[in-house]
Design a protein around this ligand. Sequence first.
Ligand SMILES: [Zn+2]
Length: 259
Amino acid sequence: MSSRNYTGRHYAGRHRVQQRRARLPRALSSGFVLPTAAAGVLVVTATGATVAESAPQSFDLTGQQTAMARTQESAAEQAATDIAERRQAASIQSAAFRGRVEAQDRAARAAKRKAVAEAKAKAEAAKRAKKWVRPIHIWNITSGYGWRWGKTHDGIDLAAPTGTPLYAMSKGTVIKAGWENSFGNKVAIQYWDGSVIWYGHMSRIDIQTGDSVMPGDQVGLVGNTGHSFGSHLHFEVQKETTADTPLDPVPWLKNHGLW
Ligand SMILES: [Zn+2]
């Protein structure tokens, strides 16, 4: 049928036959996208007739629009891909960040454990340094402190064979190591709490004045040097570092848990 007949049939009986407006087939209405092959060759005439043309301008626009739509679709796909990639990169970065944080946490915990262990070791070392030990393992008191043979005896005597080891009693500093008249070979040590202890009649001295000592360090050997009648350790506790100010050793030994 012709487009004229088509139009007339629709408006027949309504006195609008002269109207030349044509309805477009749905395929040619705006918003309908033709298949690609048809897009370039169909055009709508002014009267609404559909004819074929070699280079229809109106469908060139549709072609451009299609291309634009494809470009937009491609851009949208690219954007989606970019978002996915960024999301993945962010996820990787986030994992890497968490990894770094966890590594830092581990390092911090390890450092804390190390510091605690070091502090504990230091405290234990300090405690060990301040413990008290006897000057000699053989504990055989043969003469006490006080009046003896018409004069005072300023210390106690501990009998032991010559060559028996003598030890520092705690952490301290050697203030004398050498010969001194009736004492023979003598060692004087001032300990960390201020106590001053003398050893006399030693057969050998193993330390020097100014040395630092720790509990149990060997400082020399029992002997029979100076004014002595038989091998023994003469043990004195002094009130002062320089003057001869003897104290009864027994209370001191009791106070230091050594009696
Ligand atoms: Zn003595």
